[in-house]
Design a protein around this ligand. Structure first.
Ligand SMILES: [Zn+2]
Length: 69
C-alpha cells in the first residue's frame, strides 16, 4: 500500500504510518492551520532528503520532488 492509497484527508494520527516516498524515512509535521484534528495546511518535512511536502486544503502532496509537475 502506498501513501496515496491511505490519504484522503491529512490527520495527526496518520503521522504513525506516513513515510517519505523517497527514502521511506520519518516525516516531521509542521501545522499552519488545523481544524478538528484535520491538518488544513502545513507541511511534511524529511530531514534525510531535506524536502518539504506541502499540505494544501487537507491533502498532503507526497509526490517525490522529481515527479511534480
Ligand atoms: Zn526522505
Amino acid at each position: 500500500m502506498t501513501n496515496r492509497d491511505i490519504i484522503r484527508v491529512m490527520k495527526r494520527e496518520l503521522m504513525d504510518i506516513l513515510v517519505c516516498p523517497v527514502c521511506k524515512g520519518e516525516l516531521h509535521l509542521t501545522v499552519e492551520e488545523e481544524n478538528e484534528g484535520e491538518i488544513v495546511s502545513g507541511s511534511l518535512h524529511c530531514g534525510k532528503c531535506k524536502v518539504d511536502y506541502p499540505i494544501v486544503d487537507t491533502i498532503p502532496d507526497l509526490l517525490p520532488p522529481d515527479q511534480r509537475h
